[in-house]
Design a protein around this ligand. Structure first.
Ligand SMILES: Cc1ncc(COP(=O)(O)OP(=O)(O)O)c(N)n1
Ligand SMILES: Cc1nc(C(=O)O)sc1CCOP(=O)(O)O
Ligand SMILES: [Mg+2]
Length: 207
């Protein structure tokens, strides 16, 4: 699949009681890459929700990625996003196969990105670029780093952290392929507004 456009990420607190309708609204708005991010250890709920999201993604022709949990990803036959403390990439690639989407958090480090590329990542993620309501303490990245990454790295680049419709355009202009967004997409008052935002994010990649 082409890794370019809006990358929607779920949040268990923000989407409590409305996970499926809001995700479906995002898919309806053109989201082609969705990450299920649930930091709880409720294994049964995580499996149930991930399976439901997998069904939705199949209906819309979109790709599902599981945050943190390569075992759950393998069970469903989908992708995984791994941070620096979530386990190594090479065994995850062996477990999930050559076609799986595997992402790697690289914070603001070109060295980590080069290593992720060597170890089989499908995309590298840099952030946080702006103040994030979801993860305020994440290490900061900036546009200069993004330009350097674009010049050096052939893999698709995801950017994350406080991305909204108001601040996303410069990220795309500096070489971002994927806008990874939680609040800026799902912090909406209605599913119709989620769909509108998803379309507007993807329109930033039109030219
Ligand atoms: C696309 C994308 N980029 C970065 C992250 C953050 O991953 P990580 O550092 O492992 O932090 P948690 O999300 O697990 O709290 C991500 N999930 N997705
Ligand atoms: C999960 C996550 N990782 C980050 C990083 O910088 O690695 S920032 C972040 C939170 C993204 O949510 P929002 O779009 O609401 O800011
Ligand atoms: Mg993680």
């Amino acid at each position: 699949m082409t890794l370019r456009g809006l990358y929607a990420i779920t949040d268990s607190q923000l989407l409590a009681g409305r996970l499926l309708p809001y995700v479906e609204a995002a898919l309806d708005g053109g989201v082609r890459l969705l990450q299920y991010r649930d930091k709880s250890d409720d294994t049964a709920r995580r499996l149930r929700e991930a399976e439901a999201l997998q069904g939705l993604c199949e209906r819309y022709g979109s790709t599902l990625v599981i945050n943190d949990d390569a075992e759950l990803a393998a069970r469903l036959g989908v992708g995984v996003h791994l941070g620096q403390t979530d386990g190594p990439l090479t065994p995850a690639r062996a477990l999930l196969g050559s076609q799986a989407v595997i992402g790697s958090t690289c914070h603001a480090s070109l060295e980590l990105a080069a290593q992720a590329a060597r170890e089989g990542a499908s995309y590298v993620a840099f952030g946080r670029f702006f103040n994030s309501l979801t993860k305020p303490g994440a290490p900061a990245a900036n546009l200069e780093l993004l330009s350097q990454a674009r010049a050096q790295i052939r893999l698709p680049i995801a950017v994350i952290g406080g991305v909204t419709l108001d601040n996303a355009a410069p990220l795309v202009a500096h070489g971002a392929d994927l806008l990874a967004v939680i609040h800026g997409l799902f912090g909406a008052d209605s599913s119709a507004e989620v769909t509108r935002r998803a379309r507007a994010f993807n329109a930033l990649f039109a030219s």
